[in-house]
Ligand binder design. Structure first.
Ligand SMILES: C[S@@+](CC[C@H](N)C(=O)[O-])C[C@H]1O[C@@H](n2cnc3c(N)ncnc32)[C@H](O)[C@@H]1O
Length: 260
């Protein structure tokens, strides 16, 4: 590595994404996860069309842009958003080095800001962000409405893959609303709330179980069509089961997003 490049990389650090620059230099070669997120990309790469010419893509919580660059290389026009200017500076710097600046743009935008933007995207990546949201279902409702074709969703999940039936267990029972035991079954959708920190990070708020991830994706109007890897869900819009935020519960959504 030439020393100027090394100084620039160090000056932009710390890095969460290990990007491989054209000359072979890596931005975080000693990453605690290994070659991250290249090994995650290998899990999802074959589940996304290899030719994305004509596709628009949104990379939510893009960090230093690893996934944005992979999608741009496949021909997509990519918007990467992140709330953190530190990571956006890394992403913009790498875009120049990779000569992909014409295919990717990086913006300081919060998940919730997307509610007030009109664009939709053919492909949306929402990886590693859901558990960082204090208002996760609002975030997912907003994002689901931005997806034209595919969503790649990844989040931290609780151990276990059980899925319980979830009828109205309180209806037509003698106990009525006191009949709550079925809600404690392992496969009932649940999220663990993190009041303080998880792994030392105060921005980790909620860890859902597998059943809750699937239920929330469905409830937001999406259909799970594949599992590219651990804790990764490939989804598409489900026009037969639209989200209630587009129908009877629209008023709550509009109030929560301050659209009206
Ligand atoms: C764990 S990293 C995941 C990065 C990348 N998506 C990946 O999977 O490797 C979470 C990223 O999401 C960003 N982020 C967290 N909350 C956000 C929010 N509300 N809106 C936009 N970005 C957010 C963080 O700044 C960080 O870059």
């Amino acid at each position: 590595m030439n020393s100027t490049l090394e100084q620039e990389i160090n000056g932009l650090g710390p890095w969460f994404h290990n990007l491989h620059l054209p000359d072979g230099t890596q931005t975080a070669p000693k990453h605690y996860f290994g070659d991250f997120p290249a090994f995650k990309w290998r899990e999802i790469a074959s589940h996304i069309p290899s030719n994305l010419s004509g596709w628009s893509a949104l990379d939510i919580g893009c960090n230093a842009g690893f996934y944005s660059f992979e999608l741009a290389r496949r021909g997509a026009q990519v918007t990467g958003i992140d709330l953190d200017p530190h990571y956006l500076a890394q992403a913009r710097w790498v875009a120049e080095r990779m000569e992909l600046a014409g295919r990717v743009c990086f913006e300081q935008v919060q998940v919730y800001d997307l509610a007030r933007r009109a664009e939709r995207f053919d492909l949306v990546l929402f990886m590693g962000v859901f558990y960082h949201l204090r208002y996760p279902l609002l975030g997912l409702d907003i994002i689901a409405q931005k997806v034209n074709r595919l969503l790649v969703f990844q989040t931290l999940t609780l151990p276990g893959r059980e899925i319980a039936e979830t009828p109205d267990v309180a209806l037509n029972t003698n106990e009525g609303m006191n009949h709550r035991a079925p809600l404690t079954a392992p496969g009932w959708p649940k999220m663990a709330f993190i009041e303080h920190t998880f792994s030392g990070d105060p921005t980790n708020w909620w860890i859902a179980n597998h059943a809750a991830v699937e239920a929330m994706l469905r409830s937001s109007g999406l259909r799970v069509i594949g599992y590219p890897g651990d804790e990764i869900y490939l989804c598409e819009p489900d026009p037969e089961h639209p989200s209630c935020v587009t129908t009877w519960n629209r008023a709550e959504y509009l109030a929560a997003t301050r659209i009206r």
